[in-house]
Write a protein that binds this ligand. Sequence first.
Ligand SMILES: [Zn+2]
Length: 517
Amino acid sequence: MELPDPPREGKMVSPQAASDALVRKPQIGDTRPAPVMAPKPEAAKPAAEKSKSKSRRGGRRGGRNRRRTGGSEAVAGSDAELIERRRGKERNGKAVGRYMMCVQVREGFTQVAMLEGRSLIEHYVSRPADDETQIHGNIYLGRVQNVLPGMEAAFVDIGTQKNAVLYRGDVQFDKDDVVEQGPDPRIEQVLKSRQLILCQVTKNPIGAKGGRLTQEVSLPGRFVVLIPDSRTYGISKRLPEGERRRLRGILDRIKPEEHGIIVRTAAENATEHELTTDLTRLLEQWATIREAATKANSPTLLYREPPLAVRVIREEFSSDYRGIIIDDRALYTEVRDYIQAFNPEFADRVEYYDQSTEGLALFEQYRVHEQLRKALDKKVWLPSGGSLIIEHTEALTVIDVNTGKNVGKSNLEETVFHNNLEAADEIARQLRLRDIGGIIVIDFIDMEVRENRRRVLEAFKDALARDKTRTQVFEISELGLVEMTRKRIGEGLLTNFADPCVVCEGRGVTLDLSMLD
Ligand SMILES: [Zn+2]
């Protein structure tokens, strides 16, 4: 069996990825009981912080989040006002938002389509059978199978067909449990074969690679992420400073001391009541997990992530979405209740789509099917008649840019340049839609003018910036190739719809071996 990518792959480079991962290692010890949440008295707040926040009042970010009431409490208007502020733009009573989500439920699988305008930008599939492969976020009681000192890793049985892998960097241990003390004990000193450990999947198994585990558990809610037994305390850097201060004021009061939290961007303008509800729910979840872990004595699933649609909404839903349309009554109810609890201002954006009265399937209605079929094709047409050819190999994906029917208007360089610009935009879209990860090599059409090469690369990077999956683009090589990487999340759109060809075994040609007779 293959190891998943080594930990260094997980090191963040972009500022956003870094802020997403601002999780510090929690403190050792998995033995404390789940806490009963008790609000901390206001007086417990450090005086220094209070005066600091006062002196900054009305500062740089005073505008949108300016407090309206005085006093030491961080109050930013009534709950109703806060909720209203999150609503986003509306026109004629209709939500205005760039994105829409369509969820189509069928026997055995659920598909989620993200639309930007009418254009399909992302597509996810989940199947009930994915208890084996879509396990990211799940928490298990696992049993260490064997420790590989040379790989600084351990294989862990989590009750799925394939063992998962725990790297040294993701191991947590109690110093008192390590006999041979050292500043940085080796994996074989902290993990023993047959040992039962609480662990969470941070990466789905892909192909022959097992899933990846961490012992640092985190439970995501709508507004906060709970990191049990940790001192982590982070607030999304994407929130304005005044808002971060307001949120910290509330969380200082409601956060249990023994646990860490990360406050998500979605917490902007969240009320104290909503934050408390979210946190309480997470603490109850954690208590249930802990209890199940103490009762089990073999590999067990302790916590399962909610259905895909709920997960996507939890992670992404904001005022940028004008709606969520779901064609399954039960899932619709679940999603609407979730939104009602955490974002009541958006409750009317969740819609049930009744195929029996509408006639067309939801994905037909929104032309998702049509766009999916195109996204499965090797060839992609560009607006001016050029095209892309997207091909996969074992090690990388190759994208070839052609001018095709694009004969241009002025001169060759100009035609090529504009064709490449169209290609740059479309490639970024296709990478996301097709969920292509790993190494990608793009063969743009050669350009004589250095400035044009620079502008194409610039345009490409701009287009990729809208992709929330991490990408890295390198300079154009001697042969005019652009090399890039995109973080591998799923197995790719194609894998969801295809099996390798049994006739040619993937060669794409059938062999005539009669000459060898
Ligand atoms: Zn074939």
